[in-house]
Design a protein around this ligand. Structure first.
Ligand code: AMP
Length: 288
């Protein structure tokens, strides 16, 4: 129990199962919001969405070692469980599940969930083991809790598409709810990793959002050539000397394939490094 909020903080799988089972026995519905903690208003919007429709909202706070590669920021990823618990309570959560790594991985896992192809493009090209770590831990959390709904942000758009596909392929009995990206007033997508930005770098970080808007303007202006739209996005990124782009992509919103001619629902995606921070963002565009 967090004494400031009176919100239960559960570390053990068996205790979590018992707590969730008690709610279900009474006929209550359960929603899961998986996070890596260091919560912000974007996370809270997912929690509030669950709290509006589910009888019990569980926020998991777990920095999952499996989804970080050697040399990435696993060790330095920001952590503050007391604050996370308060923010979860404020947004309407009923409990926080914060397992230590040994609880989630009591032995080195030799079972893994892989969503082939989708895990290797875009983010997967830069972080080849990342999505297998994500799908494995999400499958595990779904298996532990058995929620009726699980909430994911469009902020991590490729992750959302991959989770939807995993749930469909494995017939998992859960509804995946995609939630819009919460942004700072200047357009920067909220992210726990924004703390890595120095004061001098922070204004430059809006370049991702500005570049996506330039891409959307190109589509709305009539461009149907993905290369042309990508060039419009890349030009804005190139004008910001503090940003080093990793990729710019214009893809089909469902398959993540790059079409020859733009049509239907599209997603524009960018990733760039600014100082220590590696930032990603995306924007949906409808193209008729
Ligand atoms: P993370 O803690 O970064 O793994 O994120 C946990 C969940 O919150 C994921 O489903 C993210 O997509 C979602 N999320 C992160 N940032 C935002 C944001 N700015 N707006 C909405 N959802 C977000």
């Amino acid at each position: 129990m967090n004494t400031a909020t009176q919100l239960p903080v559960i570390e053990r799988v068996s205790e979590l199962r018992a707590a969730v089972e008690a709610v279900r026995r009474r006929g209550g519905s359960v929603g899961l919001v998986p996070t890596m903690g260091y919560l912000h208003e974007g996370h809270q919007s997912l929690v509030a969405r669950s709290a509006a429709g589910d009888d019990l909202t569980v926020v998991s706070v777990f920095v999952n070692p499996l989804q970080f590669a050697e040399g990435e920021d696993y060790g330095t990823y920001p952590r503050d469980l007391d604050r996370d618990t308060e923010m979860s309570a404020a947004a309407g959560a009923g409990l926080v599940f914060a397992p230590p790594a040994e609880e989630m991985y009591p032995q080195t896992p030799i079972t893994s969930v892989t969503v082939k192809g989708l895990n290797a493009m875009l983010e997967g090209q830069i972080r080849p083991t990342h999505f297998d770590g994500v799908t494995t831990v999400v499958a595990k959390l779904l298996s532990i809790l058995g929620p009726g709904r699980a909430y994911f942000g469009e902020k991590d758009y490729q992750q959302l598409v991959i989770i939807r596909r995993m749930v469909a392929d494995l017939c998992l009995p859960v509804e995946v709810v995609g939630c819009p990206t919460f942004r700072e007033p200047d357009g920067l997508a909220m992210s726990s990793r924004n703390v890595y930005l120095s004061t001098g770098e922070r204004p430059a970080a809006t370049v991702l959002w500005r570049s996506l808007q330039a891409g959307r303007d190109a589509v709305v202006g009539g461009s149907r050539d993905p290369g042309e739209v990508e060039a419009a996005i890349a030009a804005v990124l190139a004008a910001e000397p503090k940003a080093s782009p990793d990729y710019v992509a214009v893809v089909d919103a469902t398959t993540l394939d790059r079409p020859d001619v733009l049509a239907g629902e599209l997603r524009l995606l960018v990733a760039a490094r600014i100082g220590r921070a590696r930032l990603i963002d995306n924007l949906g565009v409808s193209c008729d």
